[in-house]
Design a protein around this ligand. Structure first.
Ligand SMILES: Cc1cc2nc3c(=O)[nH]c(=O)nc-3n(C[C@H](O)[C@H](O)[C@H](O)COP(=O)(O)OP(=O)(O)OC[C@H]3O[C@@H](n4cnc5c(N)ncnc54)[C@H](O)[C@@H]3O)c2cc1C
Length: 292
């Protein structure tokens, strides 16, 4: 299908883009890689009157390593750029591990990491990484910049804390501590498809195998990416063993209530979440060189 008519804007600067959104915000959409927005418009599930293409704005494609070890990505960092970045491989390994799971190479060369976060698809990987790592989002508008913590960003199905006049201009991932390990596990019908259910795990584990920090961040399991605090509590302070992981999986299953659709029932997705929790915890813990 063809998209309904719209006015196309291609600003040359961020200020120009923000002014356009200030003027047309409620009737406008930002166009980054177009890998989600264009299909939605083609299906007439999105009907913006104005499309503001940020693709030619200079200075938005940087990956920056800060002195404190945190890593920032600009609005035009493509998935494939993140996948092949040495800075990300070394300082934000969970993003590097996630990238091969995001769509297919052709889509990754156009689609942006921040576009995926701003879109807020509950089955996408990056929103769950943002939640698992406690990243900070920077939203810019004509009236200034504000920081939004990961936990306050995803508000509902394809709904985020971004206002219509704002552009997500940066995401900053905190420094990755030496005692941190993580994993990405998911079940999809075909590799590169959106996941039926997936899990980003981030653990900090002391030398005697005690879990000192835990994040279990699911995608495809709710109307947004979602963490399971009660299951994380089971892990905190516990020794990393198969029993601990099984208990956390059981609790996570009871905390989640995934919506059913043509690809899977609620019961099936819950079952997947339980299995993936044990797998994800095993895979993360294995990176310490030990096994549960
Ligand atoms: C066949 C197919 C398979 C896919 N599989 C996966 C998958 O397995 N996992 C996955 O995560 N994704 C998948 N995707 C989506 C892909 O990763 C997209 O690239 C991504 O979701 C959106 O990035 P984009 O830059 O293309 O955003 P766009 O399509 O340009 O925009 C998407 C939405 O976000 C808004 N937006 C974009 N950037 C900004 C910004 N900086 N500030 C404010 N708003 C912004 C737009 O206004 C729009 O509403 C798939 C896509 C396709 C077509």
């Amino acid at each position: 299908m063809k998209a309904p008519p719209f006015t196309y804007h291609r600003p040359d600067s961020l200020d120009e883009a923000l002014a356009l959104l200030g003027e047309h915000g409620d009737d406008a959409k930002v166009l980054a890689g177009g890998q989600s927005l264009i299909p939605l418009m083609g299906l007439r599930m999105g009907r913006p009157e104005h499309v503001v293409d940020i693709g030619r704005i200079p200075g938005l494609a940087d990956i920056t390593l800060h002195d404190d070890g945190s890593v920032s990505l600009g609005a035009l960092v493509r998935h494939e750029q993140a996948k092949t970045s040495d800075v990300i491989a070394e300082h934000a390994p969970l993003i590097a591990e996630t990238m091969p799971w995001v769509a297919h190479r052709a889509i990754r060369t156009r689609g942006t990491v921040l576009g995926s976060i701003a879109h807020g698809d509950p089955a996408a990987e990056m929103p769950a990484v943002v939640l698992a790592t406690g990243a900070t989002l920077v939203a810019s508008s004509a009236s200034g910049r504000r920081e939004i913590p990961a936990g306050a960003f995803f508000q509902g199905y394809l709904d985020t804390a971004l206002r219509p006049d704002e552009i997500l201009t940066e995401v900053t991932f905190p420094a990755w501590p030496s005692e941190a390990v993580g994993s990405v596990v998911e079940v999809a019908r075909r590799h590169g498809d959106y996941a039926l259910v997936g899990l980003i795990t981030r653990l900090e584990i002391s030398a005697n195998d005690i879990i000192t920090n835990a994040a279990l961040s699911y995608f495809g399991a709710a109307s947004t990416a979602v963490r399971t605090p009660a299951a994380e509590d089971v892990l905190l302070g516990a020794r990393a063993t198969a029993d601990t992981f099984a208990r956390a999986a059981q609790i996570a299953m009871s905390e989640l209530n995934p919506p059913a659709d043509i690809h899977g029932t609620t019961a099936y997705r819950k079952h997947l979440a339980g299995t993936l929790t044990r797998r994800g915890l095993d895979a993360a813990f294995a990176k310490t060189g030990a096994s549960a």
